[in-house]
Design a protein around this ligand. Structure first.
Ligand SMILES: [Zn+2]
Length: 152
């Protein structure tokens, strides 16, 4: 028998801008109020009789959310994106368009694209490094009715 804890997405939101290279509509810079929900599955900790401490999980989610919140999310592993970093600015080009934005307004993510699916995997990977031995599932909400999940 295994147990599961769930931290829903009400508390963990980030408002960020993104784009999907090559997509007709989503290739334009736009934003979402993303939210993050996670599930941790596993046996009960014999000392406390819980799967994992909710506070530790919430703090870990918040730490990652804070890096993304109110920033433009840039997928550094995109093969169709050219990045040029200068002292205070970041220039990026794709699909014949060039953007130049303050470096502080950007969060660079080592992803081939910034989609909800890959954001879910990103959070999953971050949490899996911090918390070992759990079955972790991450759900990213892009709107109140559209979600992407990654994990077991
Ligand atoms: Zn979008």
């Amino acid at each position: 028998m295994s147990y599961k804890i769930i931290v829903d997405g009400i508390q963990h939101k980030f408002s960020s801008a993104h784009f999907i290279v090559g997509h007709d509509k989503c290739g334009r810079l736009h934003g979402h109020n993303f939210h993050v929900a996670v599930e941790f599955g596993g046996p009960l900790d014999p000392r406390y009789n819980f799967v994992v401490d909710f506070i530790d999980v919430k703090n870990a989610i918040k730490a990652e959310v804070d890096k993304l919140d109110h920033r433009i999310l840039i997928p550094t592993a995109s093969k169709d994106l050219v990045l040029k970093e200068s002292k205070d600015n970041l220039d990026f080009t794709f699909s014949g368009k060039r953007y130049s934005v303050p470096r502080d307004d950007v969060c660079l993510l080592p992803l081939p694209a910034v989609t909800s699916e890959l954001l879910a995997k990103h959070f999953h990977d971050v949490l899996s490094q911090r918390f070992k031995g759990f079955k972790i599932k991450v759900r990213i909400g892009e709107t109140s009715s559209t979600f992407a999940e990654y994990g077991e």
